[in-house]
Design a protein around this ligand. Structure first.
Ligand SMILES: *Cc1c(COP(=O)(O)O)cnc(C)c1O
Length: 425
């Protein structure tokens, strides 16, 4: 399998090369040169995520030097439970992606990327530069902290993440450095892009990306969408829709890929917060990015989703995308209402991101849906606990991180400030 840039103005790359590059040399994003087709029948009876991952991802690794290590990579990276929990209404299930070390779905992609990079010799000595709207940075830090041959520099918007999120971003030390940017997530993302746009800086620090543009993060995300629809359809005999809380469109793109390669995904719902560039695009056909606005579902506060370029590459136009997907923007007020109603209506406690998807599920006329739960509600306890009037017990792995001391540097939202930091660390 070769990987080509969405802009098609550079040569194709092997999977390992695409993982090392992050961004393609022409500024585009890597996508598989062709989409393999899977027959779901071949997956019948497989219940363990690493086994499904190994089979599903084999054609994406074919011919690459990582291919002989794929089985080991899947077991190394995907070593925590990803349960599909059926809800009392009998027509809805929740795919719980938050049982990894940092309690958000980003652990899947981050751990898989780390397992791949640490098995590529050129991965050693690289610096991963990552802008985070909250959960990515923690997942990347956690996945790479045990791999000291790779440096990690995290940029997060000061005041734009929850207290627990900030702690998870800043409790590492060693090969992980945390920078609090006086600005928004868009500023962080812009600074990272600008750094990658400087060939000298990129070469000297051997910069690579771990944002959701990384193909090494996207590929494993197709696995749980595929697995969940297989399990659901084995039990109910139907093709469920997937509703994905959406920010940079990485998780949603993986759901669209799972559909494209043959898994029983009936439809993909893109649930956004008040940042509604994707719903507007689906409605009007015009893609016009906005500055991001802050919401309760902060990991989705994105005004210009980085994977839009891949979605456009796959579909071309809004009418084509409308055949497979729809989108809904959900206000903070509605997020609060859904969280408050969760325990009684669904016997569940939702994080603010998952609450957008639960709301979208309730707007659907057709019966069978999988709601993708992207974070543990205990990560957002200051929002969730007052709304449900009860404490949310934190998972043990989260509590262990909260015990660690925290440290970070503050920087201005400019490339110069970032350059200075990279020169000294
Ligand atoms: C990152 C994140 C999202 C958005 O995922 P994208 O792949 O950026 O669309 C949703 N929910 C949570 C909890 C996240 O951390």
């Amino acid at each position: 399998m070769k990987y080509q840039s969405t802009r098609r103005s550079c040569p194709t790359a092997s999977l390992s090369q695409a993982i090392i590059d992050g961004l393609a040399p022409d500024g585009g994003l890597y996508v598989p040169a062709e989409m393999p087709m899977h027959d779901p029948v071949v997956f019948a009876g497989l219940t363990r995520i690493p086994d499904i991952a190994h089979r599903l991802l084999a054609p994406f690794f074919a011919g690459d030097r990582l291919a002989p290590m794929l089985e080991e990579i899947c077991h190394d990276a995907l070593d925590f439970p990803i349960p599909l929990r059926h809800l009392p209404d009998g027509r809805t299930a929740v795919l719980e992606l938050f049982h990894g070390p940092t309690a958000a779905f980003k652990d899947v992609g981050a751990r898989f990327l780390a397992a791949c990079l640490s098995r590529i010799p050129e991965g050693q000595g690289q610096t991963i530069l990552v802008a985070t709207s909250g959960d990515t940075g923690a997942a990347i830090a956690s996945a790479f902290h045990a791999r000291p041959e790779i440096q990690v520099v995290i940029l997060f918007p000061e005041g734009g993440v929850s207290q627990r999120q900030q702690h998870q971003l800043t409790c590492w030390g060693d090969n992980v450095r945390s920078l609090a940017v006086c600005g928004t997530f868009d500023d962080c993302q812009r600074m990272v892009k600008a750094a990658f746009g400087e060939p000298e800086l990129k070469r000297r620090r051997r910069l690579t990306s771990a944002n959701s543009i990384s193909i090494g993060r996207l590929l494993p995300q197709t696995v749980y969408h595929a697995a969940a629809t297989l399990w659901f359809s084995e039990r109910k005999g139907s093709r469920p829709g997937l509703i994905v809380p959406t920010g940079n469109l990485g998780n949603a793109l993986a759901a669209l890929w799972a559909m494209r390669i043959g898994f029983p995904v009936g439809h993909v719902g893109l649930a956004t917060n008040a940042n509604k560039v994707v719903p507007e695009f689906l409605e009007s056909g015009d893609y016009s990015p906005h500055p991001s606005v802050r919401t309760l579902a902060n990991a989705m506060d994105v005004g210009d989703p980085s994977n839009m370029e891949r979605v456009l590459h796959l579909y071309g136009t809004a009418p084509a995308l409308r055949r497979d997907a729809s989108a809904l923007s959900v206000s903070d007020q509605t997020i609060e209402r859904e969280i408050a109603a969760g325990p009684e209506r669904w016997q569940s406690v939702w994080c603010p991101h998952t609450a957008t998807a639960i709301h979208m599920r309730q707007q659907q006329q057709t019966p069978d849906w999988i709601v993708v739960a992207t974070a543990h509600p205990a990560k957002f306890e200051t929002i969730v606990e007052p709304l449900i009037g009860a404490p949310v017990p934190a998972p043990a792995s989260l509590l262990a991180l909260l015990e660690r001391p925290s440290s970070f540097d503050r920087i201005d939202p400019t490339l110069d400030a970032l350059r200075d930091c990279l020169a000294t660390g």
